[in-house]
Write a protein that binds this ligand. Structure first.
Ligand code: TXA
Ligand code: MG
Length: 327
């Protein structure tokens, strides 16, 4: 369903304690009333999500933050001014109104104000903050269209609000402001450099630290069904492709447009030209490829800017498997 009618119906379902999938600028979310623990249970059930993985609470207006946290520190005010609404989540000490089911027992809560106009109208219509993880089956890639949500959760949820394709394409940046040194727990379209510019400095989380601070980090996420490897460059990708062709494996190379152009005669899937396009298309490409090919060879996009955030997800999809060029 789409349009105003879908928003009105979705808000009704939320107020009655149900779950609804809705679009945001990053990925689709599966929402429930953040103050209703039994509604939140239904999210975990529909996704098959482990219950020790906390949820992000979505708000439509800055004032709603006051109803969720003990106090709003200066750092949060600065971040809100610079990036909200937008693809960033801040972690702050929670108040008693936020149930443990949302925070998975942590004393903190992640709060995000999406910029997607449908998300904002929907959350406003609900009249309560909306707890929501990405609207995929647990361990699958995040959905960037209503069709992706449908493919994963058909029959398990009563309504998907269709807001078209997500503009950003990867999940929000998670910034922990509950600790003395602000820390980026998950990189996103808002990069650590952009955060550092506002706060004067920020620590980054490299995903390999033993104590997983964002509990979700310990699960293998975003995995396409057919298996994936990262190739360090187009030459490594071409060599891996040839090796697999020889044994009858039908794989596809996923890369940015300029790299696809170098791989003539091979099956390729282009992510686009600009960094924003690459980011927007990455999950759709993984979902497209997993149902059609035996494997994905993903050409490394490098570490600069948002490409570093995209590769953070892709390296997880590939379980850290990298193929290098052989001389
Ligand atoms: O862009 C997004 O953030 C999307 C859209 C729907 O808003 N949501 C999303 O949610 O990606 P999810 O549940 O797939 O990922 C949330 C991540 C998890 O890794 C979780 O561990 C972390 O946020 N998280 C949530 N609350 C936290 C907290 N209080 N402390 C540390 N990490 C937290
Ligand atoms: Mg997720």
């Amino acid at each position: 369903m789409s349009g105003e009618q879908a928003i009105v119906r979705g808000a009704e379902i939320i107020r009655r304690g149900g779950v609804v999938a809705f679009p945001t600028e990053t990925v689709y979310g599966l929402g429930a009333n953040a103050f209703d623990a039994s509604a939140v249970d239904k999210i975990y059930e529909a996704k098959g999500r482990p219950s020790d993985n906390p949820l992000i609470v979505h708000i439509a207006d800055p004032e709603q933050l006051n109803g969720l946290v003990e106090d709003v520190p200066e750092s949060a005010r600065l971040i809100a001014k610079a990036f909200m609404p937008g693809p960033i989540t801040v972690i702050l000490p929670k108040n008693d109104k936020v149930p443990d089911r949302v925070s998975a027992g942590l004393k903190t809560v992640g709060v995000r104000m999406p910029s997607h106009p449908v998300a904002r109208r929907f959350i406003r219509a609900c009249g309560v903050p909306v707890a929501a993880p990405s609207a995929n089956k647990s361990k699958h890639v995040s959905p960037t269209s209503a069709q992706h949500v449908f493919a994963d959760l058909v029959g398990a949820i009563p309504l998907i609000i269709d807001g078209g394709e997500c503009d950003v394409g990867i999940e929000s940046t998670i910034l922990d402001l509950s600790v003395p040194a602000p820390t980026v727990l998950r990189p996103g379209a808002i990069t650590a450099q952009m955060v550092a510019h506002v706060l004067g400095g920020v620590e980054t989380f490299d995903g390999k630290v033993v104590v997983a601070k964002a509990p979700g980090m310990k699960y293998t996420h975003y995995a396409p069904a057919c298996g994936a490897v990262v190739a360090e460059d187009t030459q490594a990708a071409a060599q891996e492709y040839a090796r697999r062709e020889a044994v009858g494996d039908r794989c596809v190379i996923v890369a940015r447009e300029s790299d696809c152009a170098k791989l003539e005669g091979m099956r390729t899937l282009s992510l686009g030209v600009t960094d924003a396009e690459v980011c927007r298309h990455v999950y759709g490409a993984l979902r497209y490829a997993e149902t059609r090919y035996d494997g994905i060879i993903f050409v490394d996009l490098g570490k600069d800017g948002v490409c570093g955030s995209v590769m953070n997800r892709v390296n997880k999809s590939a379980g850290g498997n990298v193929v290098r060029r052989k001389i």
